[in-house]
Write a protein that binds this ligand. Structure first.
Ligand code: SF4
Ligand code: SF4
Length: 220
């Protein structure tokens, strides 16, 4: 999932300050899972902004709504009936959601309420960890299902670096050494010979450098 964190409330208030009719727009997918932008968080943010406006005696209309997915056109167009009532949308979607809404409703300013983070996993309640950089050429097969690009501090494709201690990374002992995990996993599978390959430098052209990446599927 894509993770995000809510921006500081003062930054949000500054961005919405010119507007009088504000739609706080949540997204019930990734950002709901990371407790940053779902229905509950949209309601809480709208309520906080309403209270702040009331305390300052500002005459502002603030409503909230949550889409199932803010990055999918079929869900976004459901705003068609109501978007005309607002002069700004404060989006709790990830950066993709914000841009998708902006593209479909170009006449309405869209303001991001989140800082979009990384592709990661929910490890525990309130604990999310990055696990994929979206490199465009997945190598997890070679590394026993553990991504050294996302999880090794030096992004080594030919590790380990030799600095780990007791399975912890030399850069940050709070981090498990990705290469320690890779060697353990491949040993368990009897597949340690995969590490006899020398992996060339990553071809990052499949991730960036040619504008936005696209997936086109003719079977869809
Ligand atoms: S190898 Fe690439 S696609 Fe696979 S998990 Fe790592 S960053 Fe993601
Ligand atoms: S100690 Fe492990 S995780 Fe840290 S940089 Fe070296 S190989 Fe990568």
């Amino acid at each position: 999932m894509i993770t995000g964190e809510q921006k500081p409330i003062d930054e949000i208030r500054e961005m919405i300050s010119p507007y009088k009719r504000i739609l706080v727009l949540g997204c019930a997918s990734c950002v709901a899972e990371c407790a940053a932008g779902g229905e509950k968080e949209a309601a809480m943010l709208a309520s906080t902004l309403r209270i702040a406006a009331k305390m300052r005696k500002e005459n502002v209309l603030i409503k909230e709504k949550t889409l199932d997915r803010q990055c999918v056109r079929d869900f976004i167009i459901s705003l068609d009936d109501i978007i005309g009532k607002y002069d700004v949308v404060l989006s709790l979607g990830c950066g993709a959601g914000v841009q998708a809404v902006a593209e479909i409703f170009p006449e309405v300013p869209i303001i991001p309420a989140l800082n979009t983070g990384f592709l990661g996993e929910t490890k525990d309640q309130g604990y999310w960890v990055e696990s994929c950089l979206g490199c465009g050429d997945c190598m997890l097969y070679h590394f026993g299902g553990i991504c050294p690009l996302a999880r090794c501090s030096k992004q080594l494709l030919n590790g380990p670096c030799g600095g780990s201690m007791d399975g912890r990374c030399e850069i940050d002992p709070d981090v498990e050494c990705a290469w320690h995990l890779i060697v353990d996993r491949l040993t368990k599978f009897g597949a340690l010979d995969r590490l006899e390959n020398i992996y060339p430098p990553k071809d990052w052209s499949r991730k960036q450098g040619k504008g936005p990446r696209k997936i086109v599927r003719e079977d869809q």
